[in-house]
Design a protein around this ligand. Structure first.
Ligand SMILES: Nc1nc2c(ncn2[C@@H]2O[C@H](COP(=O)(O)OP(=O)(O)OP(=O)(O)O)[C@@H](O)[C@H]2O)c(=O)[nH]1
Ligand SMILES: [Mg+2]
Length: 419
């Protein structure tokens, strides 16, 4: 779609998206991310969407004018279009017409790099296509109507549909296999898996930048929507020595098409299986509040609403002091950082450590000096409260995940029975 000239439009109507204006701005950024050059954007309103065109006939006429004045190649509507509406608009405007969902799918298709990411995008695209194919079919048979036209059309359609469904089934199987491999790899790494901390947040809030700041990694950071589509997991050391895994994943966006969430469920599985979520919010964004609500809604949709969270306000360097004060008052538990300026790293690490350990148990262990391996393991996996070195043993007061405590008990039993 490179340097295609694009015009955009949104419709405000009772019962429609409440945030039409912000959504149109976002559509602008999405269109640019897809390589388009936005030459016009119109916000319309009307009592309800038109059945045949979505927009009103007069509005479409106005759009046509804007389009021809600016020599536009493509029209993008900020709402999901029915196939019939899409075709009618294309006919009247003489332009290619796509909707918000198709635009997002297009960006995802460009961005997916990993095998799994590509499978997920294809699944989302085909799932989007399938009901549209059926839609066309209904109209075909109605249009054709006459003898001899219906049969062949439907047969071909039936054939296409079956092919699509088969491909969707294959993709789902391949994704399932990819997920199993990933889980196996994770299990292989450690006998008891390391705690998993997952970054979630609206797109472009700075999740990847934060992963970089925390782990010293160089994940792909870009001032574009959906810079990250693939999972990136890095080991993170919480001082002094506790180890966890930190995962960066795809950002969320308002009105994220449902089948996209479903297709990306594999990737987002990391969110569901995480021990802790870091919810990253861009506090300098005028619309941070509804972005935050969108993320909460998707997290809930994924079935991860009950997960422990750390709320992280990023980009403090470009937010006003007054705004930061207000947020600190409103969210006393939140952590404030600037990934760009590398500020607030320690506070964030502390918050992660404390929140992770909140559900852990405190135990006192007395370790003989020849058990230094075990001590090293405990320091990696737990949060040490106190450590004192006696003549024969090291006494450790430490908070540990229940799984590790179970393992230690097993180990103690084995020690006794081998004596
Ligand atoms: N001023 C400022 N900009 C930041 C900060 N953190 C990130 N950015 C910028 O915000 C943009 C998005 O950063 P990313 O880390 O790619 O955001 P993301 O949340 O991973 O985005 P997606 O992967 O697209 O969901 C980039 O241009 C970053 O340079 C910050 O603390 N301050
Ligand atoms: Mg990213």
């Amino acid at each position: 779609m490179s340097s295609e000239k694009v015009i955009l439009a949104s419709l405000k109507y009772p019962g429609g998206p409440a945030d039409a204006a912000e959504s149109l701005l976002e559509l602008h950024r999405l269109a640019e991310t897809a390589g388009g050059l936005v030459v016009g954007a119109r916000a319309f309103s009307r009592p309800r969407p038109d059945a045949a065109l979505f927009l009103g006939p007069g509005q479409v006429e106005e759009l046509g004018q804007t389009a021809s004045e600016n020599a536009a190649d493509l029209f993008i509507l900020d709402h999901e279009l029915k196939p019939g509406q899409q075709r009618n608009l294309e006919q009247i405007l003489g332009l290619r017409v796509i909707d918000r969902t198709q635009l997002i799918l297009d960006i995802f298709a460009r961005r997916a790099k990993s095998h799994e990411g590509k499978l997920q995008v294809e699944l989302a695209q085909l799932t989007y296509l399938l009901p549209r194919l059926i839609g066309k079919g209904v109209e075909l048979s109605r249009l054709g109507g006459g003898i001899g036209t219906r049969g062949p059309g439907e047969t071909k359609l039936e054939h296409d549909r079956r092919r699509l469904r088969n491909r969707i089934a294959v993709l789902k199987r391949q994704l399932e296999a990819a997920k199993r491999t990933r889980q196996l790899q994770r299990h292989d790494r450690e006998v008891v898996p390391l705690p998993l901390v997952s970054l979630v947040g609206y797109t472009n809030t700075g999740k990847s930048a934060l992963l970089n700041m925390l782990t010293g990694h160089r994940a792909f950071v870009e001032d574009k929507l959906f810079a990250t589509l693939d999972l990136a997991t890095r080991k993170l050391v919480l001082p002094p020595s506790q180890e966890v895994l930190l995962t960066d994943t795809v950002g969320f966006i308002r009105r994220l098409p449902h089948h996209l969430v479903a297709a990306f469920r594999g990737t987002l599985e990391e969110v569901v299986s995480a021990d802790l979520l870091l919810h990253v919010v861009d506090c300098a964004h005028p619309d941070w509040e509804s972005q935050m609500a969108t993320v909460e809604a998707v997290v809930e949709e994924l079935g991860a609403a009950g997960k422990p969270r750390v709320l992280v306000f990023n980009k403090t360097d470009i937010s006003s002091k007054a705004n930061l004060h207000r947020l600190a008052y409103q969210f006393p538990e939140a952590v404030f950082v600037s990934a760009l300026k590398q500020e607030g790293r320690e506070g964030l690490l502390e918050a992660i450590t404390a929140r992770l350990a909140a559900s852990w148990q405190a135990v006192t262990l007395r370790l003989p000096y020849d058990q230094s391996d075990l001590r090293a393991l405990i320091l990696k996996r737990g949060r040490v409260i106190k450590e004192s070195f006696g003549p024969k043993v090291i006494t450790l007061r430490v908070k540990l995940p229940p799984k590790i405590i179970g393992q230690l008990q097993q180990w103690k039993k084995n020690m006794k029975s081998s004596k």
